[in-house]
Design a binder for this molecule. Structure first.
Ligand SMILES: [Zn+2]
Length: 605
């Protein structure tokens, strides 16, 4: 058969398996059926459940043939006799296919009952295949139940559904339930290859893999995609045609994009533009990218898995070469970020905005901390530490702290949060800043920012983390710390932290100001006298109601103990996975009893 003839009958119908042994990826189901055929223990009702396009109806038809075949060969239908041929052609009067979605009323099921009562016309069995059976109405189910309770000996029902839990238990209990599985990418790929061979066509392996990946376990979908691609390529299956048919964003394209971005190639930007122009939906790109990053992570985490992943050779090569370039933490952070973006893609965010966020996230993740602007990421502590002239932490302790910093705030998470930051917030902030009397706020130079962070790092780790979100500006001897998130602002605005900030940044004689959107407060030098941790006296000018100090550990300002606790063990792990942040730490009973710790703070992340 030549490629040109494809157009007439769909590939899916043309190459529909005719025997149990030809069915892809459902060996468990076909085995059960052939065994019961062999032992003449065929039930009167089966429930086939499984994802769409995985072969339920096909197997039901093969079963019908096997039951009625005049010359079966080892439980397989011969496909030659008149019964087999009539069933294959869909002309048998004894095999009735009903679409549960469109024939779901009680009247139709009653009609079916009358039909069931008639003896078979020309075969041994009458087989009723009810597709989408979960769509039947309750009344229809009740009518069906009556039939299932006392079926004539010559009747076999095959109820097929993608959602078995929606089939009433009374029905299910009368059926033999046979689960079908989503078909693996490799199995789909193998089947596609066979069909291509039968068609006398040619195919690039990567093109078939791409189709198989897109089909997501549904062979029927894969075959109909293959058909379109074959038509387009005039008998040849090429990756470019697959991309054109599916709308861009194939795995190889995303791989190129991903590693191009790592190498800071500007071309990766145009590559994404091209994918979008080809009509790839942002959601699909994000989902594909998630699968790609997940595989990279799996391989980075457990290199031995590489051999057993259900991926093409080209993908395997990509994973082998690319995974050493990434750290596990970065990949994990990217995955969580992608999950968020997938959520956002469903809210109808403009695709270019969404993709911009994505590019920003990935590239920020890749940038060394220094290039990222104000934040020497905790992964690059030496930079900050070297300048931390005022750091009082003994080296050993600070090492631990850095280790916990590294774990607690993986750079990419911080980076990605920043990317999430709504542009409006920043704009608004800018306007607000200039509203301060005489303010002509100038962003601080990078190394100055780093100095400030280093000072904070040397003194109070939690403060340092909170400031990582900040944007620092100055004007006439005043320092403005802008933070994008309300909860970060609230932490910094705690009286203990405000006085600490004023103390740390005392070199700004005009004062230190905190801002988040509309909200602004000052950390006046006057409060410098306060002992950190003395939450009872709240001297902030426009202060919030006194809130719990982030850490009550700071009785001794040189004691950095408050820094490490919030990021220990479970808390650290949970906050990392939830993309969260420790905002409040309650310590010891004494403090709780003397009332310095209000019982609140549940809305923080
Ligand atoms: Zn036959």
């Amino acid at each position: 058969m030549s490629g040109g003839e494809v157009v007439g009958v769909s590939l899916y119908r043309q190459y529909r398996p005719q025997r149990f042994s030809e069915v892809s990826g459902q060996s468990a189901a076909t085995e059960i059926l052939t065994r019961s055929l062999a032992g003449s223990r065929v039930g009167h009702a089966y429930l086939f459940s499984g994802p769409r396009g995985c072969g339920k109806t096909t197997v039901a038809r093969i079963l019908a043939k096997a039951l009625n075949c005049l010359a079966p060969v080892a439980e397989e239908p011969c496909c030659e006799c008149r019964n087999c041929q009539a069933i294959s052609a869909g002309e048998s009067l004894d095999v009735v296919e009903i679409d549960g979605a469109s024939n779901n009323s009680v009247d139709e099921v009653r009609e079916l009952k009358t039909h069931v009562a008639l003896a078979p016309f020309s075969s041994k069995y009458k087989v009723y295949i009810v597709d989408e059976v979960h769509m039947l109405s309750t009344a229809a189910f009740n009518a069906l139940l009556k039939t299932l309770e006392e079926p004539p000996s010559y009747v076999v029902f095959v109820l097929a559904t993608t959602e078995p839990h929606k089939v009433p238990v009374t029905i299910r209990s009368r059926c033999q339930h046979i689960p079908f599985h989503s078909i693996g990418t490799r199995q789909i790929c193998d089947r596609l290859l066979k069909v291509v061979e039968w068609e006398g066509a040619e195919a690039q392996p990567e093109a078939l893999w791409e189709i198989a990946r897109q089909a997501d376990g549904a062979l029927r979908d894969a075959l109909s995609m293959l058909e379109q691609v074959v038509c387009r390529g005039e008998g040849c299956v090429r990756l470019e045609d697959v991309e054109a048919t599916l709308g861009g964003g194939s795995r190889p394209a995303l791989e190129r994009w991903f590693s191009g971005l790592r190498r800071h190639e500007g071309a990766s930007f145009t590559e994404m533009e091209r994918m979008m122009a080809e009509g790839a939906s942002p959601q699909r790109i994000l989902e594909e990218l998630f699968a790609l990053v997940r595989n990279l992570w799996l391989v980075a985490r457990w290199p031995d898995l590489l051999a057993s992943l259900d991926v093409s050779e080209q993908e395997r090569e990509f994973l082998r070469a690319e995974s050493p370039q990434w750290t596990e933490a970065v990949l994990r952070a990217l995955m969580s970020r992608l999950v968020e973006l997938i959520g956002q893609s469903r809210t109808g965010l403009r695709s270019d905005v969404l993709m911009g966020l994505l590019m920003l996230d990935v590239s920020r993740t890749l940038e060394p901390a220094a290039e990222r602007g104000l934040r020497p990421g905790p992964l690059e502590p030496s930079r900050g530490k070297a300048r931390a002239s005022s750091a009082r932490t003994p080296p050993s302790e600070s090492k631990e702290e850095l280790a916990s910093a590294e774990a607690a705030t993986p750079v990419p998470v911080v980076a990605s949060e920043r990317a999430l930051e709504p542009a409006a917030l920043r704009e608004e902030g800018g306007a607000n800043a200039s509203a301060l009397p005489g303010a002509d706020w100038v962003p601080l130079a990078q190394d100055v920012c780093e100095d400030l962070l280093a000072v904070a790092h040397g003194r109070d780790f939690v403060l340092y983390c909170a400031l990582l979100h900040g944007e620092f500006r100055e004007s006439e001897g005043r320092l403005l710390l802008g933070v994008p998130y309300r909860y970060v602002y609230e932490v910094l605005a705690l009286s203990r932290n405000r006085s600490l900030l004023a103390e740390l940044f005392a070199r700004y004689e005009g004062g230190v100001f905190l801002r988040c959107g509309e909200r602004m407060t000052s950390c006046s030098p006057a409060s410098r006298e306060e002992r950190p941790g003395d939450s009872a006296s709240d001297s902030g000018e426009e202060a919030e109601p006194p809130r719990t100090p982030l850490s009550e550990a700071g009785e001794d300002p040189s004691d950095d103990g408050g820094g490490s606790l919030p990021f220990d063990g479970l808390v650290r792990e949970v906050s990392r996975w939830m993309n969260g942040e420790v905002v409040l730490v309650k310590r010891g009973l004494d403090e709780a009893e003397n009332g310095t710790i209000p019982d609140e703070d549940k809305d923080n992340e």
